[in-house]
Design a protein around this ligand. Structure first.
Ligand code: SAM
Ligand code: SF4
Length: 341
């Protein structure tokens, strides 16, 4: 932790940081494990955290509930692959009951949705993000180091059949691996009535398999590729996350978003914090400032006030922003599956 408080104009109880940004959005990583090994997310010989180090399901719910008491109105469950955590529906069901929570969402690779889509919707999940970087089976296998695209397609079908109203595709674009597919992916999103967000790769952890600077493909490049086929109309719409959205002329149901940590830094409007699967509260995706909530929860069993105090005081160390650098050594040694995307 590198910064210390020097300003404190915060109404009591509210989660407002030193730069007057209000935190209303919590992302919780519930596991670092996954059935896929996406090349930008993990190294091939990834080592997972011993299970005893993970927050229990009860502890996850306790943290979520206290954040909601403090004004958080949106929680995203992520990972790793969240649907691989045993009994994870319990977390969705309990968080879904909280008054004050406006939105409970999920980011998933989709492979387990045939099993879970119905129960997730019943628990109050109305919006999900499903990661899909390509429509080509061979490419999918290469990008995920052995995944089967049919499983994701079956997951998307299941989510629609279960009646989940908003589904967004998340696509990480890498030069020479899938950048030539952005038009096809938008076409697929339109055909199915999905939103789609294109994400610039972030340098989180050493991944081994490719040079991140060489693979960089900016949101502006994607936009100009798409502009040859679609008329993109800027909108001020937001889903409370970092995407900048565009509508497509003549298309009602699909928005195209861009998450551009390199080319269009979004830190000034940051409203989110993340909790890793070990209970480390990260105040910024691209910095190491953190508070160990697992220690607080375990040292004070059942004491919500101690937990709230720790959360409120964590706002003091939320940094102004990230400083990702694709060309130097990674400054963040956590991988995305650990952090929660
Ligand atoms: N397993 C789930 C999935 O793939 O959707 C949830 C966890 S995953 C870490 C969350 C999101 O982070 C995914 O959309 C994934 O594509 C994205 N992601 C992973 N590593 C990334 C990186 N280095 N840069 C940018 N996005 C990344
Ligand atoms: Fe698994 Fe998601 Fe990471 Fe891919 S991006 S390896 S699906 S956690």
């Amino acid at each position: 932790m590198r910064e210390h408080s020097n300003e404190s104009a915060r109404p009591e109880g509210a989660l407002i940081d030193r730069f007057q940004r209000r935190v209303t959005y919590l992302r919780i990583s519930v596991t670092d494990r996954c059935d896929l090994r996406c090349v930008y997310c993990m190294s091939e010989d990834v080592k997972f955290i011993p299970r005893a180090g993970l927050l229990s399901l009860e502890e996850i719910v306790q943290v979520g509930r206290n954040f909601v008491d403090l004004g958080v109105n949106k929680i995203r469950i992520t990972g790793g692959e969240p649907l691989h955590r045993r009994d994870i529906l319990k977390v969705f069901r309990e968080l879904g009951e909280l008054e004050g929570l406006r939105e409970l969402t999920l980011t998933t690779n989709g492979t387990q949705l045939p099993r879970f889509a119905h129960d997730l919707h019943a628990a109050g999940v109305n919006r999900i993000n499903v990661s899909l970087d390509t429509l080509q089976a061979e490419r999918f296998r290469a990008l995920t180091r052995n995944g089967k695209i049919e499983q994701v397609m079956a997951g998307l079908d299941a989510a629609q059949q279960a009646g989940i109203p908003r589904i967004k595709l998340n696509t990480v674009v890498l030069k020479n691996r899938n950048h030539d597919e952005v038009q096809d992916l938008v076409g697929f999103a339109i055909e199915r009535g999905f939103d789609i967000s294109f994400i610039e790769e972030m340098p989180l952890g050493v991944v081994g398999d490719h040079d991140r600077a060489e693979c960089f493909y900016s949101s502006d490049q994607i936009r100009s590729d798409l502009a040859r086929h679609f008329e993109l109309i800027p909108t001020a719409e937001s889903t409370g996350g970092p995407s900048r959205y565009f509508r497509i002329a003549g298309v009602d149901d699909t928005r195209v978003g861009f998450i551009s940590p390199h080319s269009h830094n979004f830190c000034d409007h940051c409203n989110r914090v993340r909790m890793t699967c070990e209970g480390r509260l990260l105040l910024c995706l691209g910095q190491e400032h953190s508070v160990d909530l697992r220690r607080v929860v375990r040292a004070n069993p059942g004491d919500d006030e101690a937990l709230k105090r720790a959360i409120v005081s964590a706002m003091e160390i939320k940094p102004r922003g990230h400083d990702f650098d694709l060309h130097g050594q990674p400054v963040i040694f956590r991988h995305m599956n650990h952090t929660g995307g």
